[in-house]
Design a protein around this ligand. Structure first.
Ligand code: 5AD
Ligand code: SF4
Length: 471
């Protein structure tokens, strides 16, 4: 179990199989199954893969025993994620023993990190495709089917899949992800992403807007613009040499429709500009929520992490956000026990949490990734036990703040986008408010449906959910 936010993230929940009612125009008679691990970018990549394979005549299935091609879209960010995926590969290989025609493919960051290792040395998979190689997947499947070694881990400087319309998998029909860029140039020393996802590149803004218009026309009410570092979005028009910044893009997407909510993730504190904040403030449909990973509250640790900002710079950003948007919710990512972290440096992280008071946080123990700058430069010196202890302190403090912050919304009225039935009762709707907080309220026989906005008065709360009544 990894501890993330108030919720203890259930690693079992990672890897949910995907389905869609989308049928290929011309079926080739074969089915594929796809399972996803890791971040939202990966989720959207699985939708791109689904689109590319559907075009080739494959049909998606939620049952791997029916599938000719079993794909796992993987994450390499922490060792734990890779261990879970390795166990899963074991399970699929057992099934393959009784079904020798089945092909197992590994996609995404772990494919890129391990390259041919899982195919040639460990013989656990038939196909390996890195994040920029999905267009080659139909060809790789054919090669593997013919008994060849099928691998493509080429990282591109241009690929953005701009023209691929993702097949919306496991969709609620209300919210969707839209990738606006790929890769990362930041080189945070702990992070494997620059090695697995390659150089940063921005997607043509017109294709982004087109995708959002299409989603709106299909009844979607919320888009989340995705990138490792959305604030460094920068697309230069090859004809005019004019640049489109993230603030420009946000405005273009906000104008698609006032009924279409806009969210985005992830922001890097060094890149989020006042322009972005003013654009957020200007448009009611841009949600007032920023995920702003701090990683550590100690300037010395931030320097070892190569985050390129100091504690003071970060706190100033938070101040600026709250000056421009007093109601903006802020969440973060924190790493406990990075290389050489002293007790004093750990306490600086606790005090930054104390100062900001985050609405939500994803909290992790440092996990050394082979090949990263930290692995090469520093010793992973904090013991496992001490990392655990520090993480627990961070989690407890965050927990306490959330317990203090949640009741502050009681009595307020908020606009909730209904996403579906609540998990506990089909008499209740669940949705999220502007600040990304989950809100549950009784249906009260009113004529509402998923995708509608409701005005809800908050009457109570649990540790992670607001409870309310239709206003
Ligand atoms: N160990 C622990 N956490 C990590 N993250 C990234 N790399 C590592 C690592 N090696 C965390 C960071 C990042 C989030 C997506 O995952 O906090 O913001
Ligand atoms: Fe990794 Fe840093 Fe890039 Fe985020 S910004 S993907 S943490 S290198």
């Amino acid at each position: 179990m990894a501890i993330t936010g108030l919720k203890v993230m259930n690693e079992q929940k990672q890897g949910t199989p995907y389905t869609s009612s989308m049928m290929p125009e011309k079926s080739n008679g074969d089915k594929f199954y796809i399972e996803n691990y890791g971040c939202q970018m990966n989720f959207n990549d699985s939708e791109i893969v689904a689109s590319l394979l559907t075009k080739e005549g494959y049909q998606v299935t939620g049952n791997y025993e029916d599938a000719k091609v079993v794909l796992i879209n993987t994450c390499a960010i922490r060792d734990k994620a890779e261990m879970t995926i390795r166990r899963r590969l074991g399970t699929f290989n057992k099934i393959k023993k009784n079904n020798p025609g089945m092909l197992i493919g590994i996609l995404g960051c772990m494919a890129e990190r391990l390259k041919s290792k899982l195919l040639e040395e460990e013989k656990l998979v038939d196909i390996v495709a890195g994040p920029d190689a999905y267009r080659a997947l139909p060809g790789l499947i054919d090669e593997a089917d013919g008994g060849q070694k099928a691998i493509n881990v080429f990282l591109s400087r241009e690929e953005t899949y701009a023209d691929v319309s993702p097949v919306r998998l496991n969709s609620n029909g209300v919210t969707a992800f839209v990738s606006i860029m790929r890769g990362c140039n930041n080189m945070c020393t702990f992070c494997v992403v620059p090695f697995t996802r390659g150089r940063e590149r921005s997607r043509d803004p017109q294709s982004i807007v087109r995708e959002c218009v299409e989603l709106r026309d299909n009844g979607y009410k919320e888009v989340t613009l995705l990138g490792q570092n959305v604030d460094s979005f920068n697309w230069v028009n090859p004809d005019t040499n004019e640049a489109v910044t993230f603030a420009d893009l946000l405005e273009m997407v906000a104008k698609v429709s006032p009924e279409l909510r806009v969210r985005f993730s992830t922001s890097h504190p060094k890149d989020i500009t006042d322009d972005v904040l003013y654009t957020m403030a200007k448009y009611e449909n841009i949600c007032k929520y920023i995920h702003l990973p701090v990683q550590s509250g100690s300037t010395a640790v931030l320097q070892r992490m190569n985050r390129t900002y100091t504690r003071e710079w970060y706190l100033n950003k938070v101040k600026r956000i709250r000056e421009i948007m007093p109601d903006c919710a802020i969440s973060t990512d924190i790493i406990a026990g990075f290389c050489g972290e002293t007790l004093e440096e750990h306490e600086a992280t606790l005090s930054v949490i104390e100062q900001v008071k985050y609405e939500m946080a994803y909290m992790f123990m440092y996990s050394e990734r082979p090949g990263t700058l930290a692995a090469r430069r520093f010793e992973d010196s904090v013991s496992e036990e001490e990392k655990k202890r520090r993480l627990q302190e961070i989690v407890d403090l965050q927990h306490k703040h959330q317990a203090e912050l949640m009741p502050k919304d009681i009595g307020k009225t908020c606009k909730v986008l209904i996403e579906g039935n609540s998990k506990k009762s089909n008499q209740d709707w669940v949705g999220r408010n502007d600040q990304n907080k989950v809100v549950v309220f009784s249906k009260e026989n009113r004529d509402l449906k998923p995708g509608d906005y409701a005005k809800v008065k908050v009457t109570d709360c649990t540790s992670a959910t607001l409870l309310g009544k239709l206003a």
